[in-house]
Unconditional design. Structure first.
Length: 292
C-alpha cells in the first residue's frame, strides 16, 4: 500500500534544501562571469545532495526505519554496472549524430565552443583545442563517471533509492513516470535561469521534465534489476560526464531544445528507442517484487 506521509515529507525536504541553492546564484549577479560560473557550479553541486539528505531524514526520523533500508550495502548483478557506465556515451553520441542528420545542428571542426569556454575562464594551455577535446573524451570515459558518483549519489539515493521503491505500489510504470516527473520539476529553478535550455527558460522546465521521465525509466530499469542506488549513481555520473560532449562538436548557434545533448528532442528519440527495445525484449517492466 502506498504510504503518503513519507513521500510528502521526502518531497518537501528535498525541495526545501535544493531550491534555495539553485536560486542562490541570482544573488551573485555582480561577480565576474568566470567567478559567478564557478560559484554557481559549486552551489548546484551541493543542491544535488538535497534528495539524498531528504531520503536519510525521512527514513531515519520520519519513518524510523533502519539505514539499511536505503540499500547502500547492496550491489546486485554486476552486469548492470557495465550498462550504467557504457550506455550513456552511446546514447549521447547517437543524440549528437541524430542532431547532425536532421540538421538541427551543424558539425564544428574548429571546436568553437571549447575555445569560448577557455576564453571565458581565462584558461590558456600549451596544447591545441583538438587535443583538449580528446582529453575531455578520455576523461569522460575513464574517470568522469567515478568522480561524478560523489554528487550523483546525492540525487540517486533520493530519486531511485527512496522515491521509486515507495511509488511501486502504484505499479511499475506509474512509479517510473511519477518519479521522473518529480525529478524534472525539482530542476525548475536551475532551468528557469537558462540551464540546459538557455533560449527557453520557461518552456525548458517542461522539456527537462520529459527528459527526466525518459532517463528516469532507463536508470530505474537498472535500479530495479539490482535494487542498489550505486548502479543508479554510476549511470547518473556517466550521464553527467558525457552530457556536454556534443557541444564540443557542434557550432554554438544551435537550439538546445532541438538538438545536441540527451535533453534535446533527438535525445528523447534515442532514449525512447532504447526504452522501446527494453519493452520489446521483455526487459521492462522488470520481473521483480514491487514492494518498497
Amino acid at each position: 500500500m502506498l504510504q503518503r506521509k513519507p513521500l510528502i515529507w521526502f518531497i518537501i525536504i528535498a525541495f526545501a534544501i535544493s531550491w534555495p541553492l539553485f536560486l542562490a546564484p541570482l544573488l551573485l549577479q555582480n561577480l565576474e562571469p568566470a567567478t559567478r560560473l564557478i560559484a554557481t557550479q559549486g552551489l548546484w553541486a551541493l543542491a544535488m545532495w538535497g534528495p539524498g539528505i531528504a531520503a536519510l531524514i525521512t527514513t531515519l526520523i520520519i519513518t524510523k526505519l533502519p539505514f539499511k533500508t536505503l540499500r547502500l550495502n547492496t550491489l546486485g548483478p554486476k552486469r548492470y554496472y557495465l550498462w550504467a557506465w557504457l550506455l550513456p556515451p552511446v546514447l549521447v553520441t547517437l543524440s549528437g549524430l541524430l542532431t547532425i542528420i536532421i540538421r538541427t545542428g551543424q558539425i564544428d571542426t574548429e571546436f568553437t565552443f571549447m575555445q569560448k569556454q577557455m576564453d571565458l575562464t581565462g584558461t590558456h594551455l600549451p596544447v591545441s583545442t583538438g587535443t583538449l577535446v580528446l582529453i575531455q573524451i578520455v576523461q569522460a570515459l575513464l574517470l568522469g563517471p567515478l568522480i561524478n558518483v560523489v554528487f550523483a549519489m546525492g540525487e540517486e539515493l533520493g530519486w531511485r533509492g527512496f522515491l521509486l521503491p515507495r511509488l511501486l505500489p502504484l505499479g511499475q510504470w506509474k512509479a517510473l513516470i511519477f518519479s521522473g516527473i518529480i525529478w524534472g520539476v525539482w530542476h525548475a529553478p536551475a532551468i528557469a535561469q537558462g540551464h540546459n535550455y538557455p533560449d527557453h527558460p520557461i518552456l525548458g522546465i517542461m522539456l527537462m521534465t520529459v527528459f527526466c521521465v525518459l532517463l528516469g525509466i532507463i536508470i530505474g530499469w537498472m535500479y530495479l534489476n539490482t535494487r542498489s542506488p550505486w548502479v543508479a549513481a554510476l549511470a547518473h555520473g556517466s550521464i553527467n560526464a558525457w552530457a556536454g560532449l556534443p557541444y564540443l562538436f557542434l557550432k554554438p548557434d544551435f537550439d538546445t531544445a532541438l538538438g545536441g545533448t540527451l535533453t534535446s528532442v533527438p535525445g528523447w528519440a534515442v532514449m525512447g528507442l532504447f526504452i522501446g527495445w527494453l519493452v520489446l525484449t521483455k526487459r521492462l517492466p522488470v520481473q521483480v517484487q514491487e514492494e518498497a
